[in-house]
Design a protein around this ligand. Structure first.
Ligand code: IMP
Length: 190
């Protein structure tokens, strides 16, 4: 069974391929000849996951799933949220995004935040959403050099390390993306 994961990211592909049931032939956007940037014009994380999945389904005809992730900071009214990738501008720089977040959070006592991943699956003319969240706090300075994105300033609840101080397998035990993925995998395995 062919199933497209709407991403160009080879690391994400590898990670997910290893977890899916073996009868699923996972294809990337490159594998189906989709080289364009899929527009992410929604103002919600759910909306962007749905847009990406529907774009592939309608233009290429494949069954597909797409993910979208955002960091929602309580004291910033949920920002950067759906704009997490381009918080500090269209260059989508992880470093610049993190520095902007630390500036915005200067002198703010409420450091509570959560990551949220939504996966939209279009399979057999049905759509399902799988959501995973991870609650935590935003530190005052970056710690650790593993992971990516906002990992060095995010400390998950109940832990003393940031995501960037954890190994990939430690992070995968509790991350928002892993939780959403578990929902997808259990659905596909049925
Ligand atoms: P995307 O939806 O996976 O493209 O992610 C949107 C934004 O959130 C990008 O700026 C990513 O760097 C950031 N992001 C996504 N997942 C994580 C994560 O697990 N840790 C830290 N940052 C992340």
């Amino acid at each position: 069974m062919d199933l497209v994961f709407a991403t160009h990211n080879k690391n994400k592909m590898k990670e997910i391929k290893a977890l899916l049931p073996h009868y699923i032939n996972l294809l990337s956007l490159d594998d189906i000849g989709c080289n364009e940037e899929i527009p992410e014009t929604s103002d919600t994380i759910e909306g962007n996951a749905v847009l990406k999945a529907e774009y592939v389904k309608h233009r290429y005809g494949y069954d597909v799933f797409a993910d979208d992730t955002g960091l929602e900071v309580e004291a910033l009214a949920g920002a950067p949220g759906v704009f997490s990738a381009r918080y500090a501008g269209e260059a989508k720089s992880d470093q610049a995004n993190m520095q902007k977040l630390l500036r915005e959070m200067k002198n703010i006592n409420n450091r509570s935040a959560r990551f949220k991943t939504v996966i939209a699956l279009n399979l057999n003319d049905q759509q399902n959403l799988f959501v995973g969240t991870c609650q935590g706090t935003i530190l005052e300075e970056a710690r650790g050099n593993q992971g990516f994105g906002y990992d060095p300033v995010f400390q998950p609840e109940g832990h003393t390390k940031t995501f960037a101080e954890m190994s990939l397998s430690e992070k995968s035990e509790l991350s928002h993306r892993a939780k959403a993925l578990r929902g997808l995998i259990s659905y596909l395995s049925k």
